[in-house]
Design a protein around this ligand. Structure first.
Ligand SMILES: [Fe+2]
Ligand SMILES: [Fe+2]
Length: 143
């Protein structure tokens, strides 16, 4: 069973951002599976790298879209702070991974990001959903 599962309750009414969230869930699940199958440290390191990189990509795109869709500036600032806080925590854990107990750091990273993501999407990302109507659909998609 997957550690985290995306379903329609997580939809933020943007195809692009929903797809990015699904991809993040996938990477977290990959990390979870790699930890519990006791895969080689090189694989853990590579999945952690993917997770960090994709998280940054997603945050940048999400912040860009919020601004583009006129999400209120004060809320956007608060949202950016939440993203930055996670990035800092994840960087911290990545340092622990490089310097010490790799399996423990990988577990902390997996649970932290998995739980953070589920809560963050439902509480903060959902707030921009009403501003996103029609965003991210292919230009010729039927509505
Ligand atoms: Fe967000
Ligand atoms: Fe998000």
């Amino acid at each position: 069973m997957a550690f985290v599962d995306w379903d329609a309750t997580y939809s933020v009414k943007s195809e692009v951002l929903d797809r990015q969230h699904q991809k993040m869930f996938q990477i977290v699940n990959h990390l979870h599976e790699a930890i519990f199958a006791k895969r080689a440290k090189a694989e853990l390191e590579s999945v952690i790298g993917d997770l960090m990189e994709y998280t940054r990509t997603h945050f940048a795109e999400e912040e860009r879209q919020m601004a583009q869709h006129h999400f209120p500036e004060a809320k956007l600032a608060e949202h950016r702070d939440a993203h930055q806080q996670l990035v800092r925590q994840v960087e911290d854990i990545a340092n622990r991974f490089r310097n010490g107990d790799q399996r423990m750091a990988a577990e902390v990273m997996c649970f932290l990001v998995g739980e953070w993501l589920m809560k963050h999407i439902l509480s903060m990302d959902k707030q921009y959903a009403p501003y996103m109507k029609g965003a991210g659909s292919p230009p010729h998609a039927a509505d």
